[in-house]
Design a protein around this ligand. Structure first.
Ligand code: PXG
Length: 466
């Protein structure tokens, strides 16, 4: 194979690619005028936990692409599975009483690793479509159950549930709501359980209960008979790796049980091993009725998402529901399903979920949380293979930076120049490395982060921000 075909060691004309990019390609969540001024960074190759750009720069991908390349880059097994399926049956739909073998096998395989009580899967093409499905399914459930007035879904500020109209409505991102007349009716939001920002004077466990009880207050304010469901990410990802206190999810579970409302766990990021369990709900101690998944189900090698449907909803839909008028052309796409099957086989063969739980998760926690000693870091916390730290102006007492300064973005710039991808969410710096990362590579990553924090500290001082 020529280097042109593989994309490896090929000389790229970066400037020409950037011109073409800004001429034709509208990127997601991007200020296009600003991007045209600086030029996009063009990625050309990946291997393990590293990616290379068109300039030949090697970068440690601390974000697994976008929280998804969990088994790492360059997995031939996944490419070969897709190739074989593309030749045999590249597509057939799952409407009109038809099915394909990979979609059948994958539904069984996913339910085998799911929490108890989940026997059914509804496929979508993405996490956003998964959450649109959640809205349709939750409302359909209550209609069939003879309680059509139960329409309201409660979510949280700073949640991320996707970018379709329903996904962005469920999400709690102000910037998204402002740009689309959102949320749609009957979706409301409560505070997120962010201890550092909302309650750091209290012990975390006490604050966790207070944050969860916001749900009960909202249910009572709305009238319990109107509330259909509560949705939340076990750990909020795009919102900045917000790890709730240990008391939060058990208290949420108590409240939804008390009022009989459905619980939805959006596990687009937390599912398939990221928190050291197959699903984040298992780690957090909640028992959801629906679980949204995407990203890690195929390690991002090919688009796929879906919803795991628990017994309570499945029995109603199947036994009493008749037609459910919902679905997508690519629901149960055979190529996506074989890639997911092979991806699950890798997770099981290499015991990656257990490795995160018993080895690399605890190791990352120890090393990452030690970054809290750095003069610029007010808090550093990790859970499984997600972690976040807060850049602060002063540590004792805690004094945060003016958000308009964009200290997080300055830090992100130093990270990238030094070959490390770490995302900035405001002044929270976050990582979610591939689940295949080794202890040695965690050491390498922490050393890089520490070095970049030093550089950021000097930079911020030189700018007179400290
Ligand atoms: N739910 C959660 C919890 C997510 O993290 C989605 C739903 C939507 O999935 P799709 O496949 O439709 O994108 C996501 C996606 C970020 C970032 O800035 C995170 C996501 C997407 C884009 C950006 O961290 N997560």
């Amino acid at each position: 194979m020529s280097t042109l075909e593989t994309g490896i060691n090929t000389a790229y004309d970066t400037a020409a690619l950037q011109r073409e990019d800004s001429g034709h390609f509208l990127h997601p969540f991007t200020d296009h005028k600003a991007l045209a001024g600086m030029g996009a960074r063009v990625m050309v190759r990946g291997d393990g936990i590293y990616v290379w750009d068109s300039e030949g720069k090697k970068i440690l991908d601390g974000m697994s692409g976008l929280w998804c390349v969990n088994v790492g880059y360059g997995r031939k097994e996944l490419a070969e599975a897709a190739y074989k399926q593309l030749l045999q049956l590249p597509f057939y739909n799952s409407f009109f009483n038809t099915a394909n073998v990979p979609a059948i096998k994958l539904a069984t395989a996913i339910t085998q690793v799911a929490p108890e009580g989940f026997q059914h899967v509804f496929y979508t093409g993405s996490g956003s479509e998964g959450n649109d499905t959640v809205v349709r399914m939750v409302r359909r459930y209550w209609d069939i159950e003879g309680q059509p007035q139960r329409k309201v879904i409660i979510s949280r500020h700073n949640a991320y549930h996707g970018s379709t109209v329903a996904g962005a409505s469920l999400g709690g991102m102000q910037g998204m709501h402002e740009q689309g007349d959102l949320p749609i009716p009957n979706i409301v939001h409560i505070d997120q359980p962010y201890h550092f920002e909302n309650g750091r004077d209290l012990p975390a466990e006490e604050y966790g209960l207070i944050a969860a009880r916001k749900l009960e207050e909202k249910i009572l304010e709305l009238g319990p008979e109107r509330v259909a469901a509560f949705i939340g990410e076990p750990v909020q990802g795009a919102g900045g790796v917000i790890i709730p206190p240990s008391t939060y999810w058990p208290e949420i579970q108590r409240i939804v049980d008390k009022y009989g409302i459905l619980l939805v766990s959006d596990e687009v990021i937390c599912g398939f091993g990221r928190l050291g369990h197959w699903f984040g709900a298992q780690r957090m101690g909640s028992r959801p009725d629906l679980i949204t998944f995407a990203k890690g189900v195929t390690s991002g090698y090919i688009p796929m998402g879906g919803v795991l449907v628990g017994g309570r909803i499945a029995r109603t839909l199947i036994d009493k529901g008749g037609d459910f008028n919902h679905g997508f052309t690519y629901s149960g796409h055979p190529v996506a399903c074989v890639v997911a099957l092979e991806n699950l086989a890798i997770l099981q063969r290499e015991r990656l979920v257990e490795k995160v739980r018993d080895e690399t998760g605890p190791y990352l926690k120890e090393k990452f949380e030690a970054l809290a000693e750095h003069p610029l870091v007010g808090l550093a916390e990790a859970c499984g293979l997600v972690a976040g730290l807060v850049l602060v102006k002063n540590k004792k007492p805690i004094e945060t930076f003016d958000p308009n300064l964009g200290v997080g973005m300055v830090c992100r710039g130093h990270m990238f120049r030094n070959g490390m991808i770490m995302r900035a969410v405001g002044d929270r710096m976050i990582i979610a490395p591939p689940l295949v990362i080794t202890r040695g590579q965690i050491d390498e990553m922490i050393a890089l982060i520490r070095h970049c924090l030093d550089e950021t500290y000097k930079d911020v001082k030189a700018r007179g921000w400290i």
